[in-house]
Design a protein around this ligand. Sequence first.
Ligand code: NAD
Ligand code: UDP
Length: 318
Amino acid sequence: MKRILITGGAGFVGSHLCEYLLDKGNEVICLDNFFTGKKQKIIHLLDHPYFELVRHDVTMPYYIEVDEIYNLACPASPIHYQFNPIKTIKTSVMGAINMLGLAKRIRAKILQASTSEVYGDPDEHPQTEQYWGNVNPIGIRSCYDEGKRCAESLFVNYHKQNDVRIKIVRIFNTYGPKMEPDDGRVVSNFIIQALKNKDITIFGDGTQTRSFQYISDLLEGMFRMMSTEDSFTGPVNIGNSGEYTMIGLAREIIDLTGSGSKICYLPLPEDDPIQRQPDISLAREKLNGWEPVVGLRDGLKRTIDYFERLLSESLPPV
Ligand code: NAD
Ligand code: UDP
């Protein structure tokens, strides 16, 4: 049994990771300041004898003895990370410094949840880990993109200078149950709109692409990355290499929900990447046979089921 700290453990990915690591027989400490995370996501774990919940902000130092740290704390949806951009940068940068300092003191292994956003609006396609990216350092997404890039630099330098055992995963768009219905990400937005027969809001002309990964494939990838030999630090892309336009995604969701929604077009936000697709050769090679196994249609069905339940539960009793 390992003792594992998960920062951002009450968020979408973190709450799944808490369950996943408890199921594998570990002790889990979930740390969160509840900015975008919710107690409801982990409330069912509170009675678990090997689960602890700590309200804390990663911009402040935190002391604990653990074997491993998964550093996930950071809002991930554009509307949330742009809400208080300075805080977003502080969370990525000071959070990384505090967690790396902790890992150094207690000799824990630490994994950073980095992002495909480090590639910005990529002019290489698909994106390999060797690609340095194309990020606007003063644009509206920079608080997130540059914060995550700086965190990667901190990780690499704590490794080189202080021998901290680090792992960096670059996560591509991930979706699934427990996403917040109103957090503005495209999969949750489209599903909620379709289920309510409201217009599906496509930003721009809808030809921009993303690659969507189902949550269980990400959990498996992160866990296998943490288990690799110490000499392999990453960064490694973790995502599903299927690439879809936003129009294609909207049509798929309309089809799966049988919705009467129409598509409407809104302005494309500034610096919105035009295309994104991970090259996952390195993950395939290094992560002990890891491969995304949930296709988009299957993953969307499971996510639609979740949101259908959520919407029906919040209806007032008749
Ligand atoms: P999320 O917003 O659901 O979860 C983030 C969690 O971090 C929330 O529980 C939030 O309350 C917490 N948090 C934020 N600031 C904090 C702070 N200062 N101190 C402590 N806790 C804080 O987002 P998510 O989708 O679960 O993303 C988790 C991680 O994975 C993030 O680091 C994100 O950048 C990364 N990531 C996610 C995706 C994706 O598609 N979901 C893609 C790339 C990278
Ligand atoms: N998007 C959209 N309609 C929405 C929400 C998002 O067309 O209601 C687009 C957005 O402009 C982007 C893509 O969907 O091109 C993915 O957006 P998301 O915020 O989910 O992730 P990110 O842009 O961070 O990859």
